[in-house]
Design a protein around this ligand. Structure first.
Ligand SMILES: O=c1[nH]c(=O)n([C@H]2C[C@H](O)[C@@H](COP(=O)(O)O)O2)cc1CO
Length: 152
């Protein structure tokens, strides 16, 4: 399974340690295309600071998004890039799982929460969770996916 993980970079790196736990868990289900989002050496300046120009980052990520079987996004730390990736993924009819921590004190954007139709089979799902439960929540989601998603 090809998994595209979305997490804040220029929106702020406060949740980096949690992204690392998420990516580690996701790697037990398949290939994480955007593993770099969890790398501690990428600051809130982004990869572009040393490595790549912004167009190269955008085009590479969109190519990965096209090939992804499922998108997992940690949406607690607001990020324009994550919002953009999710909008593009919706247009591609991808399966999307968003994770939000109410304990942050933030209120999730209506454009993300409102994209979840509320039914369990929705292709766009938003899950409220607490940090301690992140692995369990991911396990529940991946075991609910149809077996043919594993074919890649
Ligand atoms: O350097 C980067 N590399 C990269 O892959 N991204 C992608 C992956 C992340 O899920 C998302 C983060 O967007 P933002 O930087 O606006 O928080 O955009 C974003 C940046 C910087 O904007």
């Amino acid at each position: 399974m090809r998994i595209y993980f979305c997490g804040s970079i220029r929106g702020g790196r406060q949740d980096l340690l949690l992204y690392q736990r998420i990516v580690e868990k996701l790697q037990t289900y398949g290939k994480v295309l955007t593993e770099h989002v969890s790398h501690g050496d990428i600051s809130e300046k982004g990869e572009g600071a040393e490595l790549k120009d912004d167009r190269a980052i955008h085009d590479r990520d969109m190519d990965w998004l096209v090939t992804a079987d499922v998108i997992v996004a940690e949406v607690t730390q607001p990020s324009l890039g994550v919002g953009y990736e999710l909008g593009r993924a919706v247009a591609m009819h991808k399966k999307i799982f968003c994770l939000f921590r109410p304990s942050s004190g933030r209120v999730l954007s209506a454009m993300i929460r409102g994209a979840d139709s509320g039914c369990q089979s929705s292709v766009f799902q938003v899950r409220d969770y607490s940090e301690a439960d992140v692995e369990t929540v991911l396990q529940e989601y991946f075991s609910s996916l149809k077996p043919n998603a594993d074919a890649h």
